[in-house]
Design a protein. Structure first.
Length: 198
C-alpha cells in the first residue's frame, strides 16, 4: 500500500502533463448561401506551436498545389490598407509565406484571407489596395458565387497565456471541398497526440 500511492500520484502527474501538451482539434463542414466551408480549429500549447505551424504551412502549400491557381494573400490590418502578396501555386513559396505569417509575434500578427484567382485575374482587381480592408463574409461569398475568386482561406490566431488558438476556414465549391477535407484531416493525423475538441 505504501508504494501504490506514490505510483498512482506519478501516473496522475504524467497524465496531467500529457493533457497539457495535447493539441485539441476540430474539423467541421458548413454550407451558407450556396458555398461550402470547412472550419478547422486547433488549440495548441505554446511548447508545440512550431510543430503546428509546420503542419499548417504544409497543409496550405499542399492545398495550393492541388488547386493550382495563383494564391493572393491579404493581410488584414485594422483601419489600414491591406498587405497584398501574390504567389505562384507552388508548395515552397506558399509554405514559406504561411510559415512567416504564423510565426510572427503578436504585435505583427494579424488575420489573413488567402484566395485563389481565376486565370487572368489580378489580386488588385479583387481587393482595393489603397482602401482599408475589413473581412466581410457575405461579400466573400458573393465573390465566390460570381467566380471572381475560386477558393478562399481565412485564418487568425488568438494568443493565450499557455496556448495559441488557430482558427482556419476554407471556402470552396462543394465538388472541390472533399480533397481539401482529406488534406485538413491529414494535418491533424500528422500531429502527434491530438484530441478532438468537444
Amino acid at each position: 500500500m505504501a508504494i501504490a500511492a506514490p505510483v498512482t500520484a506519478w501516473r496522475r502527474r504524467a497524465q496531467e502533463r500529457q493533457r497539457g501538451s495535447a493539441l485539441l482539434g476540430s474539423v467541421r463542414r458548413h454550407r451558407k448561401q450556396g458555398i461550402d466551408s470547412l472550419r478547422l480549429e486547433l488549440d495548441v500549447p505554446n511548447s508545440r506551436w512550431k510543430e503546428a505551424v509546420e503542419a499548417v504551412a504544409s497543409m496550405l502549400a499542399e492545398t495550393a498545389a492541388v488547386v493550382d491557381r495563383t494564391v493572393g494573400c491579404i493581410g488584414i490590418v485594422p483601419g489600414e490598407e491591406p498587405v497584398l502578396v501574390a504567389l505562384a501555386p507552388r508548395r515552397d513559396p506558399v509554405a514559406e509565406r504561411a510559415r512567416g505569417v504564423l510565426s510572427s509575434v503578436p504585435p505583427h500578427r494579424y488575420p489573413q484571407l488567402w484566395v485563389t484567382l481565376p486565370p487572368g485575374t489580378y489580386l488588385a482587381q479583387v481587393v482595393e489596395p489603397a482602401v482599408p480592408f475589413e473581412f466581410d463574409e457575405s461579400r466573400l461569398l458573393d465573390l465566390l458565387r460570381a467566380g471572381a475568386i475560386a477558393h478562399a482561406v481565412r485564418f487568425e490566431i488568438a494568443t493565450g497565456v499557455v496556448s495559441e488558438r488557430l482558427r482556419l476556414v476554407v471556402y470552396a465549391p462543394r465538388r472541390e471541398l472533399r480533397p481539401l477535407v482529406a488534406i485538413a484531416r491529414g494535418v491533424l493525423s500528422s500531429l502527434a497526440d491530438w484530441r478532438a475538441q468537444r
